[in-house]
Write a protein that binds this ligand. Structure first.
Ligand code: GFB
Length: 313
């Protein structure tokens, strides 16, 4: 990409897309197109085709997706598989029909088998059974990866796929029912402190481990791959270390300054026991995550205080 290239970010209001948008603007990219989901419903093939024919973007970041935490995935499996299959099929095919120079597809580490050896290398894809709570979402994402690979093979396109680990940062979803663990805990501990509540309830047993990547780091990695990677194989994006959910709770509690207890609701699912990604490939290409977790957590809490509280209250 050069600074005048015409770049379309699909999903620019979400956690990932908004981070890519901020990063590209900061780096001086001048010709970026974005559309809200109201302006362009990416599940609608005709609307997507018309948009691509009109705009003719040269580069596409496919960050639009239906995403959510463990309960959302479990309760709305039909929405997760349908919306994601439609969005990615429409955008990838329209990119091909309109000669897009390069596309970056964003997957997720839940594409790997539930009990994959740790850390999970890119070649573990499709070597075992998926985690049941998010299988429909994972199948849609695997279809997206295979679609990119197939278009490259059959049509000679340049579509690359990045697999970020669990993410957090500005524009996260703080809805307690549908969000991921980190934004949920920021909100729960904040509200418990405000109300002087005796305890905060966390889901599951607290023993699963997760790896957390700050969304600004992911954005930098995506632009790095767009500019430096042409391979057909997927690339993991992570930090290379993880933390138990119980320890995450303790860290969030400390950052917020809450003094009550933590209780675990073991009727809620744990999900995958562990999903730490192997980062040798992206590190070898020349990119490493920069934001230490403690710093990212403080930034995410600050963002929550400055931007989200007014919406919630
Ligand atoms: O982030 P999370 O919802 O999704 O949950 P996954 C991670 C872990 O945190 C699980 C526990 O073991 C949860 O039981 N947890 C504890 C909580 N308290 C809470 C809470 O208040 N809210 C939430 N949400 N979790 C999703 C997948 O998996 O992660 C997606 O369903 C995707 O497909 C995404 O891969 C990154 O990490 O388990």
């Amino acid at each position: 990409m050069n600074k005048q290239s015409k770049i379309y970010i699909a999903g620019h209001r979400g956690l990932v897309g908004s981070a890519i948008y901020r990063y590209l603007l900061k780096e001086g990219y001048k010709n970026i197109i974005v559309k809200t989901s109201k302006e362009l419903d990416l599940r609608n093939k005709e609307a997507v085709d018309n948009f691509f024919e009109r705009e003719k973007p040269e580069y596409v970041f496919l960050a639009a997706a239906k995403v959510g935490g463990i309960i959302a995935n479990n309760e709305y499996p039909a929405d997760f598989i349908r919306d994601n299959l439609l969005i990615q099929t429409n955008v990838i095919h329209a990119s091909y029909c309109n000669q897009v120079e390069k596309l970056l597809f964003l997957g997720s580490t839940c594409i790997y088998p539930k009990l994959a050896p740790q850390p999970m290398k890119e070649e573990y894809l499709l070597t075992g059974e998926l985690e049941p709570t998010n299988e429909p979402y994972a199948i849609a994402k695997i279809a997206g990866i295979k679609m990119c690979e197939s278009y490259n093979r059959q049509y000679g396109t340049k579509y690359i796929s990045a697999m970020p680990t669990n993410l957090y940062g500005p524009n996260d979803n703080f809805d307690l029912h549908t969000s991921h663990v980190l934004p949920a805990l920021l909100r729960k501990f904040h509200e418990a402190k405000e109300k002087n509540a005796p305890f905060v309830e966390m889901w599951g047993t607290g023993t699963p481990k997760r790896e957390f990547l700050y969304s600004d780091d992911l954005a930098e990695a995506c632009v790095f791959l767009m500019n430096n990677y042409d391979g057909n194989e997927i690339v993991n994006i992570g930090v290379g270390n993880d933390i138990s959910i119980k320890d995450l709770g303790e860290k969030v509690k400390a950052v917020i300054g809450y003094e009550g207890d933590i209780k675990f609701d073991t009727t809620k699912p744990d999900g995958t026991p562990r999903k730490l990604v192997a980062v040798e490939k992206i590190n070898g290409l020349g990119w490493k995550a920069a934001t230490p977790f403690d710093e990212g957590l403080k930034k995410a809490y600050r963002w929550f205080l400055e931007n989200e509280l007014t919406k919630i209250n």
